[in-house]
Design a protein around this ligand. Structure first.
Ligand SMILES: [Zn+2]
Length: 715
């Protein structure tokens, strides 16, 4: 039994005979390469997992001069699911040099994939598969494609508690079913049905294939004019539910004998038994397809059939990704030198970048996104149109490329796009693009989902791609001058980061987002949902230990006073939910602020109150609710906020200050028992302005990791 656990890249099931009786699980092949030969993907023969090593048959195309290759032996060691590169080779002893590395597929799953990708027959595009695998993060267990392996893996148990911008981690998820143990390729019952017992029957004997039709009146049915052959042919292209509905409303169809070809078509692509590909690789002529359909239907509930259906669907999905990647000749733009592309141009510019957290080639790629290809283009100033190409991966749309068409009809391609695709960037009725200053970028952890263009007069184009309920960032140069160059990080399918530069390597580096900055947080931070109004200023915590969480999680903003402060006279109550972990007895893990709710004397946007954070489930958490009433109608206003930290990664208490000299602490007296040197606090009191909101980094279980105030400066 191997000491490490590895899963099949296609089906997500373990590559080892975990039950000592399921042989197919241990038969695997590897899409692999040697060292940093990124563009020389190949397929191994059947490999073997041993206790301390994995091996594949030695391919004689492998360079024999490399340390770790011994032509005296018939096999070589292989490292599976590698995501960190650039180390010394050969490694220092006692590490054993193993130049081969790659991604394992069960032999059964690979065969299903080659049937599901019929265009290439048995000749799968290994390089594209290899690049797609390199684009996905891996922690342990299955490769994280962003799907649940067709129901194999359930979401993490606490998914309901996730905060805005948080995404589930596949490695924390749980296996929902054990159907994955059944061989999806060799289903004996299917094999017998389609190869062993061929039931021939007489083709023209309609009564043998279908019960006697009920006689309906066909008067008034316009379909009576169509010949029977056409009526029958139409049925073969419809799914079975639509056929059933059609037979309910059309007397002509209700009385039509369903022909043999109709039953055969139920095994075609897109029909209910598309995954029974045995039907399409055996001779169809002379078979009793209605009977085969019914017998297949009886088998459908078998676990092996359920696994066949699951793996077929996963193979189809991967095939879609392969086709998508193959529809582009290359990733367009000037190549920039990276570990993955050492022959690119040196990267000397200073860039301002927006997008998800990227993992460098020299890091373990455990989550988020990775750039395989860095591309750069120069931005001219006389363009006519900008087109944005997108790619749909499962139910999410990502930006894949940008095409700029200049006034002289010349065009520049950036990333994955062709000369005739993409959607034209559109603007409001009165605004046209004058000069591009930057972008607003919407993204999730895996890539850029949407972009809109910011013009020099401060106007924004319509969104291209997705933007709702996503993290967003402004992408502008600190000088607010038009950028001269655009740089993208791309994985095998999509844009994962976008950068701009003024084209000179002497420009000042962009400032990193600082939580405490008063003015430009709007431009330098990641926000969940819309970018805040530029009239607002921000005051946040001073402690830099929180940086790790700020890099990947967005700020969530709640404006209880409205963007102009007009709601402030109607704010009547603040409610605070606190979860108390004191009983768990963990050091520095006593109280956590979970939810802050602001209630109004009259509805604001149809709501009597608005909430930031979570309301803890009383049955699951030891929680308390506290209130603070405000005499806002008489002019009482919040003038400051103090956040208390013991562990610097979450807030254990809060204190609100008002202009009536009140200071209310939640939970009450929360600092009384603590020595002053065991906690610190941030006092957030703008010197000149009115507080209208709060913003925070939120994460499930801790919930308020940090907090700041949004205010309107008085000037
Ligand atoms: Zn598999």
């Amino acid at each position: 039994m191997p000491i490490t656990s590895v899963s099949c890249v296609l089906c997500g099931a373990p590559v080892e005979d975990i039950f000592h009786s399921v042989i197919w699980l241990q038969k695997f092949r590897v899409v692999y390469t040697i060292l940093q030969n990124w563009n020389e993907a190949r397929l191994s023969g059947i490999g073997q997992r041993r206790q301390f090593e994995d091996v594949i048959p030695l391919d004689d195309s492998v360079d024999a001069d490399l340390p770790g290759i011994n032509y005296e032996e018939s096999e070589i060691g292989i490292r599976l699911m590698v995501t960190k590169f650039g180390g010394k080779y050969p490694p220092n002893p006692p590490l054993v040099p193993q130049p081969a590395w790659g991604f394992p597929f069960h032999s059964s799953c690979l065969e299903i994939l080659s049937v599901a990708c019929p265009i290439y027959g048995s000749c799968l595009d290994l390089q594209v598969i290899f690049d797609l695998c390199r684009s996905q993060p891996y922690k342990h267990g299955p490769l994280d494609w962003g799907h649940d392996y067709e129901g194999l893996i359930g979401p993490p148990r606490d998914i309901d508690l996730f905060c805005p911008g948080e995404e589930p981690d596949l490695a924390l998820a749980n296996l929902k079913t054990d159907i994955y143990t059944h061989d999806p390729l060799d289903v004996p019952e299917l094999r017998r049905l389609f190869t062993d017992s061929i039931d021939f029957y007489v083709q023209n004997d309609a009564s043998a294939t279908y019960e006697m039709p009920t006689i309906y009146s066909t008067g008034g049915d316009p379909l009576t004019k169509l010949p029977t052959e056409i009526l029958q042919m139409i049925l073969t292209w419809m799914d079975s539910r639509d056929v059933a509905n059609l037979r309910l409303v059309s007397p002509v169809y209700a009385s039509l004998v369903l022909p043999d070809r109709f039953w055969f078509s139920r095994f075609w692509d897109g029909r209910e038994f598309e995954y029974v590909f045995e039907a399409n690789v055996t001779h169809s002529a002379g078979r009793n397809w209605r009977q085969l359909f019914q017998k297949t239907k009886l088998l459908a509930s078998l676990p092996s059939m359920a696994n066949r259906k699951r793996v077929w669907s996963l193979a189809h999905h991967l095939c879609d990704l392969i086709n998508c990647r193959r529809s582009y000749n290359s990733c367009n733009g000037e190549k920039i030198r990276t570990l993955f592309e050492p022959n690119g141009a040196p990267n000397s510019d200073h860039w301002v970048t927006a997008g998800p957290t990227l993992y460098a080639p020299t890091e373990q790629y455990r989550a988020g996104a990775r750039s395989l290809y860095e591309r750069k283009i120069a931005l001219g100033s006389t363009w006519k149109n900008i087109y944005v190409s997108t790619v749909k991966i499962k139910n999410r749309r990502y930006v894949s490329g940008i095409r700029i068409v200049y006034n002289n009809e010349q065009s520049t391609l950036f990333g994955y796009c062709n000369t005739d695709d993409g959607a034209n960037v559109t603007w409001g009725e009165y605004q046209q693009l004058i000069t591009l200053i930057g972008f607003h970028i919407a993204f999730d952890s895996k890539g850029i989902r949407g972009i809109r263009i910011l013009s020099s007069v401060g106007e924004l184009s319509e969104w291209m791609g997705d933007w709702y309920d996503l993290s967003q960032r402004v992408l502008v140069l600190p000088t607010h001058l038009p950028p001269q160059c655009l740089k993208g990080g791309f994985d095998a399918l999509k844009l994962v980061s976008l950068s701009i530069s003024n084209g000179k390597d002497t420009s000042p580096a962009s400032p990193s987002p600082l939580h405490h900055q008063h003015s430009n947080l709007q431009e330098t931070a990641i926000w969940h949902g819309e970018i805040p109004h530029k009239e607002l200023s921000f005051l946040g915590p001073h402690n830099t230990l929180l940086k790790d969480y700020r890099d990947s999680l967005p700020f969530s903003l709640l404006l209880f006073g409205g963007v102009d402060g007009t709601q402030l006279p109607h704010l009547t109550r603040i409610t605070v939910w606190v979860v108390d972990n004191t009983e768990l007895g963990m050091y520095a893990d006593r109280t956590h602020i979970w939810g802050l709710e602001f209630s109004f004397s009259r509805p604001v946007d149809g709501k009597a109150s608005i909430l930031l954070g979570q309301i803890p489930d009383e049955g699951l958490f030891n929680s308390e609710i506290y209130h603070m009433d405000l005499e806002s109608g008489l002019g009482e206003r919040i003038t400051g906020l103090e956040a208390f930290y013991e562990d610097p990664t979450f807030i254990f208490g809060l204190k609100f200050y008002t202009n009536r000299g009140r200071a209310i602490e939640f939970p009450p007296s929360c600092t009384d028992q603590l020595p002053r040197d065991e906690y610190f606090s941030d006092i957030l009191k703008p010197e000149d302005g009115i507080i209208v909101g709060i913003y925070a980094v939120l994460k499930h279980n801790d919930v308020f990791r940090s907090i700041g105030v949004a205010y309107i400066p008085s000037n």
